[in-house]
Design a protein around this ligand. Structure first.
Ligand code: ACO
Length: 333
């Protein structure tokens, strides 16, 4: 098991949080719920029709004794959730009838449980796409008041201990914002430093704002955008060690960092890498994972309560790990 996940699991079990799994009748999800309960990592709540959930559990040999199963169609909370959802979304054209229908959807039901204080966090995506999972969270849970956007952090546990923090690097944004503005990029950087502190225990986050240019070596509108993001991030978090724009190698390799960005507090020793857009971030994390041999663990950041996405190809272990990370985020939120 990754050292990072070991630490996260220990933290999760020290203060158990109630985490909703809307895909409650999905095989891997049911198996993960059984492990989470047995290992005391979280209190999982499965959304689904009890007979279907129990049938799935029996088919995979998962012991889900003592795990709560909630069927939105039979829940006595459904009508108050629909009323609250209507109030929250009426300005966006949602009618009372729409709200009733939406709450019957396990994803919206799970999100409403969090909104109404009946759960601490949510993990989904073994069946649903990222967009299906994200949209209700963005619409209802919303961003934290001090944060402008929701984004993601990828915790990259690399085999080379010389990189980042003893081999641990945090990448952003690799999932959410296709084309962030300079200001949004600055908020992503600040949110990622916070995630790195909370989940990875970084005592000194050092953020490199990545580009194809280092400190003005190239001139282009794309480079100017990253430079603007650096200035904005300094305004948002004056004490954060953050620098850029810089190339990937200047961020990570001490000799290259010193020669291309002399005097930078970050160059050559970054432990957080902020990519300029989603194409770069998503490709970058996959290269690090597939060619670099890193294990990676993803979380969303900036939401008012933690909701996390899975990949549809996820394993039971991936779900357990993501729930443990969600539980730790819930402890701190
Ligand atoms: N932060 C905060 N709020 C947001 C954000 C954001 N990043 N993006 C959208 N919103 C809000 C909007 O303001 C809107 O709120 P409102 O309805 O109250 O006005 C609501 O969310 C819905 O916004 P839309 O613009 O209708 O949503 P959209 O259809 O653009 O979907 C989404 C947003 C799902 C995040 C979209 O940007 C997206 O698809 N991103 C890429 C996801 C993806 O496919 N990632 C790569 C694959 S995952 C992987 O490889 C691991």
């Amino acid at each position: 098991m990754s050292r990072l996940i070991e630490k996260i699991k220990a933290k999760a079990s020290a203060d158990i949080k109630r985490i909703v799994l809307p895909e409650g009748d999905e095989k891997r999800t049911v198996q993960a719920a059984a492990i989470l309960k047995k290992e005391g990592l979280a209190e999982p709540v499965l959304i689904g029709v009890p007979s279907a959930v129990n049938e799935t559990a029996a088919s995979v040999g998962a012991d889900i004794t003592g795990i709560e199963i909630i069927d939105p169609a039979a829940s006595d909370k459904a009508s108050s959730y629909a009323d609250t959802l209507y109030e929250l979304r009426k300005a966006k054209g949602v009618t009372p009838e729409d709200a009733v229908k939406l709450v019957a959807d396990p994803m919206y039901f799970g999100i409403m449980m969090i909104k109404c204080g009946d759960a601490d966090g949510l993990v989904s995506g073994a069946v649903h796409t990222t967009g299906d999972m994200l949209r209700p969270a963005l619409q209802i849970i919303k961003t934290k008041p001090e944060m402008k956007v929701v984004s993601s952090s990828f915790l990259m546990d690399c085999p080379n201990p010389d990189l980042g923090e003893d081999g641990l690097l945090v990448y952003a944004d690799c999932v959410v914002m296709p084309c962030p503005t300079a200001e949004e990029l600055a908020y992503i950087a600040v949110a990622t430093a916070d995630t790195a502190k909370r989940l990875c225990g970084f005592t000194e986050p050092r953020v490199a704002m990545l580009s194809f240019s280092t400190k003005g070596s190239a001139k282009h509108d794309l480079v100017s955008k990253v430079q603007e993001a650096v200035a904005k991030a300094h305004e948002l978090a004056p004490d954060l060690l953050l620098d850029g724009e810089m190339q990937f190698d200047a961020a990570l390799v001490p000799e290259i960092g010193q020669s291309k960005a002399p005097g930078s507090p970050v160059a050559g020793r970054a432990n957080i890498l902020v990519f300029p857009d989603l194409q770069a971030g998503n490709i970058g994390y996959k290269i690090t994972q597939r060619i670099g041999g890193a294990e990676c663990f993803a979380v969303l950041q900036g939401l008012n309560a933690p909701c996390n996405d899975l990949s549809r190809g996820c394993s039971v272990e991936d779900i357990v790990n993501t729930v443990a990370m969600t539980a730790v985020q819930a402890q701190d939120s």
